[in-house]
Ligand binder design. Structure first.
Ligand SMILES: O=P(O)(O)OC[C@H]1O[C@H](OP(=O)(O)OP(=O)(O)O)[C@H](O)[C@@H]1O
Ligand SMILES: Nc1ncnc2[nH]cnc12
Length: 173
């Protein structure tokens, strides 16, 4: 196991039965609170971007990782938010995730035509959230050059929903 994988696995804790019975929640708070681990993760994610115009972060935990990646890459940051939080005209997509369903939005004018977009989130579970984000980016006229997550829960097969997307995971469990 690489040092980075160990750094991550040692600092993501399992919370059983949250937010509903049967779900084991991956809590990244200890990792974020560790300056060495947090900075190593941001550096690694930024290295996967490979040149992009915009980094998309998905509310809320995705923001924490995507914004420093955008800063590091000198790219713009675009938030994808839960419905009702963005003030200007939006595009929206409904999706299911491991423990529920939601609607996310992006500003209709968030991207210039042909922008190269890199999507960052913390956890890939069923893949519904990233899939809906990919759809929004494309509908907004930009192209997805890749997506990266800190942790992929492979037993939920989220990757299968993301055919054609270059998805990287720092850790697969
Ligand atoms: O692969 P999926 O099954 O779609 O699940 C993954 C998503 O679930 C979590 O977000 P959540 O909606 O709980 O929002 P939060 O970051 O605000 O806690 C997580 O941060 C991912 O965005
Ligand atoms: N098990 C899980 N832990 C943390 N975030 C999640 N998002 C979806 N499933 C999750």
């Amino acid at each position: 196991m690489t040092d980075l994988k160990k750094l991550i696995l040692d600092r993501v804790r399992d919370i059983p039965d949250y937010p509903r019975p049967g779900v084991v929640f991956k809590d990244i708070s200890p990792l974020l609170a560790d300056p060495v681990a947090f900075s190593a993760v941001v550096e690694e994610l930024a290295g996967l971007c490979g040149g992009c115009d915009k980094v998309v972060g998905i509310e809320a935990r995705g923001f924490i990782l995507a914004a420093p990646v955008a800063y590091r890459e000198r790219a713009g940051f675009v938030p994808v938010r839960k419905k009702g939080k963005l003030p200007a005209e939006t595009l929206e997509a409904a999706y299911d995730l491991e423990y529920g369903s939601a609607v996310i939005e992006v500003h209709r004018d968030a991207f210039a035509a042909g922008d190269r977009v890199f999507i960052v989130d913390d956890v890939l579970a069923t893949g519904g959230t990233v899939q809906a984000t990919v759809e929004l980016v494309r509908r907004a006229g930009a192209s997805v050059v890749g997506a990266a997550v800190l942790m992929e829960l492979s037993f939920l097969n989220g990757r299968e929903r993301l055919e054609g997307v270059d998805l990287r995971s720092l850790v697969v469990v």
